[in-house]
Write a protein that binds this ligand. Structure first.
Ligand SMILES: Nc1nc2c(ncn2[C@@H]2O[C@H](COP(=O)(O)OP(=O)(O)OP(=O)(O)O)[C@@H](O)[C@H]2O)c(=O)[nH]1
Ligand SMILES: [Zn+2]
Length: 200
């Protein structure tokens, strides 16, 4: 079967029924009768990010008007949306990883900015998919960088992975990933400023 084969809703329900049987359950008992249907509907919602277009989300931008220049440019317009909660799904185990993301960028002088909510929408579009945390972090940075062409983008994602906490090694702990472009890649002081701002 190739990735392009369209699996029907009924076929997906059947797969959940088979999984329940494999786990020793009886899918015909009353409590489980509608479970395959519910599970497929739930997953459609949880990974609904595949139907959200990140580039479309960032397509509405506005300019700041004339910005007085002077001093170090990075201090003129540091935009950050921090402590944005998200739930994503580990592509290895299909289990949730949950945490917070911090998204920052420095617009070009006189450059364009994006509405605050669009940063949260961007996060939603990439988080609600089967992911690894590193890719999620890079996708946020890369898409913001391409769409806004700012001086730089800084992203930090912190999350707990159920696949590590609830099964396997069963150790709590948080994974922290960062991605930097432009000024944040080149300039340690900008990076430091970002890290200072996202500090709990
Ligand atoms: N780097 C990274 N690793 C992840 C992420 N989510 C899950 N993992 C890891 O992916 C790995 C998959 O390893 P495998 O050995 O193939 O699977 P496994 O036998 O279930 O591994 P264990 O969790 O060690 O029991 C595990 O070490 C997970 O902790 C992520 O977002 N980033
Ligand atoms: Zn996992």
């Amino acid at each position: 079967m190739t990735a392009t084969h369209t699996v029907t809703f009924e076929e997906a329900c059947k797969a959940i029924e088979v999984l329940l049987r494999h786990l020793g359950e009886n899918p015909s008992r009353e409590g489980l009768l509608d479970t395959p249907h519910r599970v497929v509907k739930a997953w459609q919602e949880l990974v609904g990010g595949y139907h959200l277009d990140p580039h479309e989300i960032l397509s509405t931008t506005f300019d700041l008007g004339d910005v007085e220049e002077g001093g170090a440019l990075r201090h003129v317009n540091f935009v950050i949306s921090k402590n944005l909660p998200f739930v994503s799904y580990c592509e290895h185990h299909m289990l949730p990883f949950e945490g917070e993301a911090h998204l920052a960028y420095v617009p070009q002088p006189g450059g364009r900015v994006v509405g605050l909510s669009k940063l949260a929408r961007l996060l939603d579009a990439y988080a609600r998919r089967f992911q690894v945390q590193e890719r999620l972090t890079e996708q946020l940075a890369g898409t913001l960088d391409r769409a806004l062409q700012p001086m730089g983008v800084a992203i930090m994602v912190e999350a707990s992975h159920s696949c590590q906490c609830a099964r396997g090694i069963r150790k709590k702990g948080r994974m922290v990933t960062t991605a930097y472009t432009g000024i944040f890649q080149m300039d340690a002081a900008s990076r430091q400023e970002f890290l200072q701002l996202v500090k709990p």
